[in-house]
Design a protein around this ligand. Structure first.
Ligand code: F6P
Length: 551
């Protein structure tokens, strides 16, 4: 047994899970008319309804007891006060400091954190205003019309998800584009319609070593220089966001155009820093600040609300309950709000890169399932694709349904149709329909007994499928900031409950290292033959066809 599984509260939950597996949520709703009131929270940015989970008062009490046994409140305080809770990298975890709007002093390792954040914000403000008002000029004296963010992972997903989410708030002072993939098709497609004289590149890379980003940055630079015939143009068309100033300067970016990043901000939690430049350029600095304010609202809620009324804590506890105790292996994120169409991809990195691990803080193999795999799609598209699986497969997939009372772009007759589906789906997933109901329905429709006998089993929906509903008023910079912070703190809490170091990502290193070795094999005539036979033969095939294509 590990430290976690030997906790009495863990053991009690394990036993309780055995009992709950035999329960149906429909009965729990019938037995408790107060269920919604008991298992929902109203926050300024959204209503959070978690009553459609396979839980009772006893379950939640057990989960809160576990959270306390795991010293969650103490760990939470450690994060906010800059303790080095990223133990494998010996770093503080302070993305919360990036959006602290309270001017609370915070000195970490002799560094005045709020002062650093404030000066970075001023740099962002000054830069975005110059670009957006046409005071930043390209090499030929023309104003910037297009900005291309080159970055991958946390240096792409957050900003892109937010600019997509808030595009109806953009005044189109500049157009923002993203290149993340080293597949040349993407950068070629993005650059094709753009004018080098009016295009600005942001090279977003905390390390400034990520191969994909560096390759794209070189291509962008060549594209610019091919038009300008002058390498001095680079300084006017490239800025960087990085903690590696040396590499960024070597690339040709002026030191004053390098936006700092700090060790205490993890890539996947960095959209609140200068990594969010595309957001500020697209929306303007004031709306970027509103985004931070929305996140800060949830930071305060997370830090101060009792566990029993704490939305991110409850989300994490439910994830643990569904995955570790009830055995679900994946979780769907289903936004019913078109602007949130990149949210699932963003949360895949946020949760899976953070907690998709299998050793605990002590380096021991854990004897429990950690986090589920995250997947999903815009809800309506999912309904006509994979919801069949959600409703009737043998695998139970807990799902987060995220929608808004009002659309950012109201079109007559659309929103209520959308939201009718939103409400219907969680109702159906919870309640299902049993064989008797199916038979009665078919009979009422005048079907023959033979037809009923044949079809009835196929139409049964067992229900009892857990969902959370997050109902916002409307997507706005502030409410989106709150939504993202909600998930960030859920992820932090999961890490504490599971004893997982949420802030490193060693699991992406192995593949990166191998790719570098194989790259050199692809560019020489030699095959080194040191891989497994599958990889050797795949490489050999690739090289043979590649050389045939050249002829
Ligand atoms: O995929 C691994 C990773 O390190 C992510 O954690 C990070 O967000 C991404 O690569 C990009 O890294 P960088 O900003 O250093 O280019």
């Amino acid at each position: 047994m590990t430290a976690r599984t030997s906790l009495p509260s863990w053991q009690a939950l394990k036993q309780h899970a055995g009992v709950m597996k035999k329960q149906h949520m429909k009965d729990l709703f019938n037995e408790n008319p107060q269920r919604f009131d008991e298992f929902s929270l109203k926050l300024p940015a959204f209503l959070f309804d978690y009553s459609k989970n396979l839980i009772t008062t006893e379950t939640m009490q057990g989960l809160f007891a576990l959270a306390r046994d795991c010293k969650l409140e103490q760990w939470r305080e450690k994060m906010f006060t800059g303790a080095r809770i990223n133990t494998t990298e010996d770093r503080s975890v302070l993305h919360v400091a990036l959006r602290d709007r309270s001017n609370t002093p915070l000195i970490v390792d002799g560094e005045d954190v709020p002062a650093k954040v404030q000066s970075a914000l001023l740099q962002i403000k000054d830069f975005t205003e110059r670009v957006r008002t046409g005071r930043w000029l390209g090499y030929s004296g023309k104003r910037i019309t297009d900005v291309v963010n080159i970055g991958v992972g946390g240096s792409n997903l957050g900003p892109q998800m937010v600019t997509e989410g808030l595009k109806h708030y953009s005044d189109q002072s500049v157009r923002v584009h993203y290149v993340s993939n080293v597949d040349g098709t993407q950068i070629a497609d993005v650059l094709r319609p753009l004018d080098p004289e009016k295009t600005l590149f942001i090279i977003s890379s905390k390390t400034f070593t990520t191969t994909e980003t560096m390759t794209n940055a070189q291509t962008a630079m060549k594209w610019l220089v091919a038009s300008a015939f002058d390498e001095n143009a680079i300084a006017k068309h490239f800025v960087a966001v990085s903690s590696n100033k040396v590499n960024a300067c070597d690339f040709g970016i002026k030191e004053e155009n390098i936006f700092d990043m700090w060790d205490w901000v993890g890539g996947r939690f960095s959209l609140w820093s200068a990594i969010g430049l595309p957001i500020a350029l697209d929306l303007g600095y004031e709306k970027f600040i509103e985004l931070l304010e929305g996140a800060f609202e949830i930071d305060q809620h997370f830090r101060n609300a009792p566990l029993e009324e704490n939305a991110p804590v409850i989300m994490a506890l439910l994830s643990l309950w569904n995955c570790t105790f009830l055995g679900s292996q994946s979780q769907a994120i289903l936004p019913y709000d078109q602007p949130l169409h990149k949210l699932t991809a963003y949360l895949q990195q946020a949760e899976m890169e953070s907690n998709g691990k299998s050793v605990n803080w002590q380096g021991e193999d854990v004897d429990y399932a950690t986090v589920p795999s995250i997947w999903g799609e815009i809800g309506i598209n999912g309904q006509h694709a994979f919801y069949q699986y959600l409703h009737q497969s043998n695998n139970v997939v807990p799902a987060d349904f995220i929608g808004s009372v009002a659309s950012v772009t109201p079109v007559q007759g659309h929103h209520d149709t959308l939201m009718a589906n939103f409400f219907a789906q969680t109702e159906a997933l919870m309640g299902g329909v049993n064989e008797q109901q199916v038979r009665e329905d078919l009979k009422a429709k005048g079907r023959t007994q033979e037809y009923i006998d044949k079809v009835a089993p196929h139409k049964v929906h067992k229900g009892n499928r857990p969902t959370n509903t997050i109902l916002m008023n409307r997507i706005s910079p502030r409410s989106l900031g709150s939504l993202i912070a909600l998930y960030e703190h859920k992820i932090f809490t999961q890490g504490i409950l599971l004893q997982i170091c949420s802030f490193d990502q060693w699991g992406v290193e192995l593949g990166k290292g191998l790719a570098n070795k194989i790259y050199s094999e692809l560019s020489t005539d030699q095959l080194n033959g040191k891989h497994d036979s599958s990889t050797n033969n795949l490489i050999a095939y690739y090289k043979t066809i590649k050389s045939t294509n050249k002829r």
